[in-house]
Design a binder for this molecule. Structure first.
Ligand code: CIR
Length: 256
């Protein structure tokens, strides 16, 4: 069960976040702030506390907290984001982590290793990590060595078409996994019961399991129906402004 979450308020420059879909237009700052507040309320409804960090005006993508650290119950790691404009965001997360972890239990990914938390999916004591444009083999090796000390196993999953691993696949606990696109037939996930996300709703693959409830993005009816059918209570949150810069529900928080 999760007890804590950490989020970072979007900065005014959120409209300049990196995007692969400029045709969606730029996020509207005020709307992004409102959606972020609704997201925080949704997290709270699942029984967790929410530590809200202040905006980082020099980093348009800094509300995507998930990418700068990976957190587990007893330890955490500060990442080394592969996106140049985001790399220094990681310098601002450790202070918050120290409220929850001993310094000795906080690791660091260092160059030439790169890793972004959006590539990391935790399934029990196994971490699946996307080998992506943002996360390299050296980063994954450093991650695996750190988490092995705490009994975790790491499995690399090469990906080609999406930004991060969790852009396309997310674990809903109870052996159930929401999968889309290139991950549907990936042998790495053969042992899981899959809820298949149709291509037209691919963005909807990024849902988060929170203490039995699944928080889902608004506007993806097939995804919603499948998760309901699987027996989970649902909270829907509008993430339209974050979608414009390739961000989803998981990207907006650290959960532990
Ligand atoms: C980026 O390209 O880094 C941001 N615009 C989106 C980050 C999304 N984060 C995530 O999937 N964990």
């Amino acid at each position: 069960m999760f007890k804590h979450t950490i989020v970072r308020t979007p900065c005014q420059k959120v409209c300049d976040g990196i995007t692969s879909a400029p045709e969606l237009g730029q996020p509207i700052y005020e709307k992004a702030l409102k959606q972020h507040e609704t997201y925080i309320e949704a997290l709270k409804k699942t029984g967790v506390d929410v530590l809200v960090l202040p905006p980082l005006e020099d980093f348009p993508d800094s509300c995507f907290m998930e990418d700068v650290a990976v957190v587990a119950g007893e330890c955490a790691i500060v990442t080394n984001p592969g996106a140049a404009s985001r790399n220094k965001e990681a310098d601002y997360v450790e202070e918050a982590l120290l409220k929850f972890y001993n310094k000795k239990d906080i690791g660091h990914i260092v160059s030439p290793g790169t890793l972004e938390g959006g590539d990391v999916m935790k399934c029990g004591d196994t971490f699946y990590i996307g080998l992506s444009a943002r996360t390299n083999k050296e980063g994954i090796d450093q991650f695996a060595a750190f988490f092995a000390q705490y009994g975790y196993k790491t499995i690399a999953v090469p990906l080609e078409k999406v930004l991060h691993l969790k852009t396309g696949v997310n674990y809903l606990e109870n052996n159930k996994m929401l999968v889309s696109g290139e991950f549907i037939d990936d042998p790495a996930f053969a042992e899981y019961e899959k809820l298949i996300v149709p291509e037209a709703e691919a963005y909807g693959a990024n849902c988060i399991w929170m203490n039995g409830t699944v928080i889902i993005p608004m506007g993806y009816p097939t995804v919603k129906a499948q998760i309901e059918k699987a027996g989970y209570p649902i909270i829907e949150v509008d993430t339209s402004e974050f979608r414009k810069i390739d961000g989803g529900l998981s990207c907006l928080s650290l959960r532990f």
